[in-house]
Write a protein that binds this ligand. Sequence first.
Ligand code: NAD
Length: 255
Amino acid sequence: MSTLQGKTALVTGASRGIGRATALALARAGAHVLAHYGRSTQEAESLVAEIRANGGRADAISADLATPQGAATLAKEVQAIIGERLDVLVLNAGISKAARLADYTVEDFDTLFATNVRGPFFLVQQLLPVLGEGSNITVISSAVARTVVGKPGVDNPSILAYASTKGAIETLVKNWAAILGPRGIRVNAVAPGVIDTDMSNFTKTEAGREITLGMQALKRLGKAEDVADVVAFMASEGARWITGASIPVDGGSKL
Ligand code: NAD
């Protein structure tokens, strides 16, 4: 299916996990993929090599999106490669942290918000000159933007600071969709449940796996590809009338 033939796409945090699967899905659909990464040069280069070996177009670009200048640096490099037009932007890069309420530090909080909210906010701002009629943005949010997961209690670790970054990004999605809609730019979130990646290391234990399956109607662990296929659809013409939405991709979690 070549629904994105001739289109350009930037995926942040593409070296592994959901970002990597998304970069591959967009390349399969025909897009020229810019695979952004933080530090994992080798993984990013192997992704680019895989896309090219399959006949696709890809380039790797590095930038630390947690730094104040990260978004502007990345936007500049993107424009140097693609020129005037970015059709698809996938804001995927993110970090998580689990801790007891009493153990969170100001630095934890600031790093989570810098990476998961400030980076995407300023990347959209900096890329505005190359986003136009027909461009679209998909943000990787999370089911935890709307649902409390785990076992709440002051003695138990939780991901509440991470969850609040995803709440913030979903608010941005609605505002971006409203502001950019008149320019013909769509903006949506995709909200995965638990997906088997490096981030969700608790799924590697029997107990974590059981808790995850217990929450879901479809009794298996979610895979990065389960999310990537939905992102590829959201980026395609088939999703032309969807904007400002958050699409759950969670195997029916906490129904
Ligand atoms: P992952 O840890 O495998 O991937 C995260 C990616 O973000 C990596 O490529 C990493 O290098 C990049 N990144 C992090 N900080 C960065 C920085 N400062 N600068 C540049 N790149 C940076 O995890 P994943 O599960 O693939 O996560 C991808 C997205 O999906 C995240 O936004 C995450 O919050 C979201 N998500 C994941 C799950 C899950 O269960 N795995 C569930 C819901 C949402």
